[in-house]
Design a protein. Structure first.
Length: 67
């Protein structure tokens, strides 16, 4: 069964912005719902999300000296 689109959908530019913002603060319920809906349908943004996670982990290791 297809998920119903959220009230506000996002494009790839907005999704990448939200992915970055999520490392600075908790996303609102609407932002999170829109982002999840987009990521379910967009391979390029899922890849970008994976790259951000890798960079975040690597920078944390570097910052703490555990790398």
């Amino acid at each position: 069964m297809e998920k119903k689109p959220p009230a506000e959908t996002v494009d790839c530019r907005a999704a990448s912005r939200l992915l970055s913002i999520a490392y600075e603060r908790k996303l609102t319920a609407g932002e999170s719902e829109s982002l999840t809906y987009h990521l379910d349908r967009c391979l390029m943004c899922r890849n970008f999300d994976s790259q951000l996670k890798f960079l975040h982990r690597a920078s944390e290791k570097f910052r703490t000296g555990n790398g």
